[in-house]
Design a protein. Structure first.
Lengths: 92, 478
């Protein structure tokens, strides 16, 4: 059963923040959505094997040194940059 | 106008690449206000591209794409041109590199007119979840375009480009093509490199083509297919020559009609139009074979669990620090990320992330994600069996035609269930094309799909082309 506690738990895992009103709406939406998803629980699991790898992989790239993009191009999209580094709130 | 005809006109100097580009830019300027198909119009860049293309044409070194003006979905990275994914999160994002498909086309001096509108992060089937406003259908401005490549489909239908690149994770090329009366091709998984396509669900995502005809989709696919070392899932099996079977005799081809695609929930006008198309093929000497995909009933749930699980992981990179919206709120690292994601993502994206984490969550993983992957294996095996009996499948593209804006897109459950006829193609990694096969009582286009064997785009395109040649198509009056 979907409830607001589960929504809060998933929001934490999802790194999302909701107001109380948004949390109620999300709980309501998720209840309806999970009701459709429940369909998979009725699937006869004895039939196909569990296959995590659904795609074929070709050759992986050689483990060789290649040039990377210039630092200024990489940091150009960040809102807060200092000395060629991304600025984050103090962690420790 | 057909891409081959445009090529001919450019080569014969009946029109210059600059004049052709100016014509499209003029039309975008005049008409796009009413449909909102572009997020970014690259007028200056397009004219620069066109000048360079004309130099190639004048020097006699043009190839198939030189000077052809196209639109590009805004989740395909374009160097030095904003790529927003129709999200506030990437409102100002300017990629430092080109997607492989763009690298390929730029080498041919194609002209990029701009970046097209879409559902945010390609999550949706209406193109109404864009941070930059919804897209309107050129056939009826009060109706949706479908999605997520709604801007791409509308730009083609409205004559605002010669062809378009889109992406298809669960029907996002085919369904808007169906709603907007154009042709949309989703290639086999691995046929086109995903490098530079902003990831939604990596095992399902595929770049595709939207154009005025099946022949044009094959024409453009010839320019973007192929193995790419930057995408380990891209394949070496594709051979190109996608229009080579056009005009060949299709009599004797076995076309499967899966009974589950014509059951409850399918609009009657859509059903009749698709069955009439089946009769058309029969008259041409094709053999219609009734086939069955029993696991279709599980497809929508399996698709949403797998795609959302992958999305939850792929979208975890958007933290507001390296790129994207950065919130002014939050004193610590965790709060900064949460607030940035809260401000940057729209409601549908948040729902998908939540659903994905639910499916992957301890205690739910076995019942949901693991079962969804079992269903994926089962659907693949059912398709394999089907393709032992026939070369192609004919199905409706969507249960309905384009609906009124505001009528359905705010109900996530209704929206998810409407993907029933497109998602199995992505689950099984197959090629499929959607084209118009009729019009409903409101004059809205009805789409049918042809689904092919892996890497058999040539047959899909040629059989679709045969239908289009005899079909009386109505253009959108934009």
């Amino acid at each position: 059963m979907f409830n607001s506690e589960l929504t809060k738990h998933l929001a934490e895992l999802s790194k999302l923040e909701f107001t109380d009103e948004e949390l109620d709406k999300m709980t309501e939406d998720m209840t309806d959505i999970i009701a459709i998803m429940d369909k998979v629980c009725g699937f006869d699991t004895s039939k196909p094997a569990y296959a995590l790898d659904a795609v074929d992989y070709n050759d992986l790239r050689a483990d060789a040194h290649t040039n990377s993009y210039p630092t200024d191009k990489i940091t150009a999209n960040a809102k807060n940059v200092k000395n060629n580094s991304f600025v984050v709130p103090k962690v420790v | 106008m057909a891409l081959k005809k445009l090529r001919d006109m450019l080569d014969k100097k009946e029109i210059s690449a600059v004049e052709l580009t100016e014509q499209y830019l003029d039309k975008i300027e005049k008409a796009d206000k009413s449909i909102n198909s572009y997020i970014t119009v690259c007028a200056e860049g397009a004219l620069e591209d066109a000048k360079k293309a004309q130099e190639k044409i004048d020097a006699g070194s043009a190839n198939a794409f030189t000077g052809i003006p196209i639109s590009v979905k805004d989740n395909i990275c374009t160097m030095n041109v904003k790529t927003t994914c129709a999200s506030k999160m990437l409102e100002d994002f300017v990629p430092p590199y080109d997607a492989t498909v763009m690298e390929k086309l730029k080498k041919s001096n194609i002209v990029m007119l701009g970046k097209t509108n879409m559902d945010e992060f390609a999550m949706g089937g209406s193109s109404q979840t864009s941070y930059f406003g919804g897209v309107k259908n050129p056939y009826d401005l009060s109706r949706v375009t479908g999605g997520s490549s709604g801007g791409a489909a509308a730009s083609v239908a409205g004559g605002l480009c010669a062809a378009a690149l889109g992406s298809d994770t669960g029907g996002s090329v085919r369904q808007p093509a169906s709603f907007c009366g154009v042709t949309g091709l989703k290639p086999t998984y691995g046929a086109v490199s995903r490098w530079g396509l902003i990831a939604f669900a990596s095992s399902l995502d595929q770049i595709g083509v939207i154009a005025k005809s099946a022949e044009d989709t094959g024409y453009l696919l010839n320019g973007i297919y192929g193995y790419d070392a930057n995408d380990a899932t891209s394949s070496k099996k594709s051979e190109g020559g996608y229009t080579s079977l056009i005009g060949s005799d299709i009599s004797g081809i076995k076309i499967g009609v899966p009974k589950e695609f014509f059951g409850d929930g399918l609009n009657d006008e859509v059903k009749q139009a698709v069955l009439s198309a089946a009769e058309y093929y029969k008259k041409l000497g094709c053999e219609l074979v009734e086939v069955s995909l029993p696991s279709l009933e599980y497809a929508v749930s399996a698709y949403y669990l797998i795609s959302s699980a992958e999305a939850a992981s792929n979208l975890s990179r958007f933290d507001g620090i390296k790129y994207g919206t950065r919130s002014g709120l939050g004193d610590d690292y965790n709060d900064l990320i949460k607030n940035s994601r809260r401000e940057g993502f729209g409601n549908e994206v948040k729902r998908r992330i939540m659903l994905g984490n639910y499916a992957l969550c301890s205690g739910y993983y076995d019942a949901y994600y693991k079962n969804a992957t079992r269903i994926r294996t089962q659907i693949r095996s059912e398709y394999k069996e089907i393709f032992e009996k026939c070369s192609l499948l004919l199905t409706p593209t969507a249960p309905t035609t384009a609906y009124k804006i505001g009528e359905q897109e705010n109900d996530p459950v209704k929206m998810y269930l409407a993907d029933i006829y497109t998602v199995t193609v992505n689950i099984a990694g197959l090629p499929a094309i959607s084209t118009t096969c009729g019009y409903d009582k409101n004059g809205m286009p009805i789409g049918m799909s042809l689904i092919g064997k892996p890497f058999d785009e040539k047959t899909v395109i040629s059989v679709c082309d045969r239908f289009e040649r005899d079909f009386d198509k109505r253009e959108a009056a934009l």
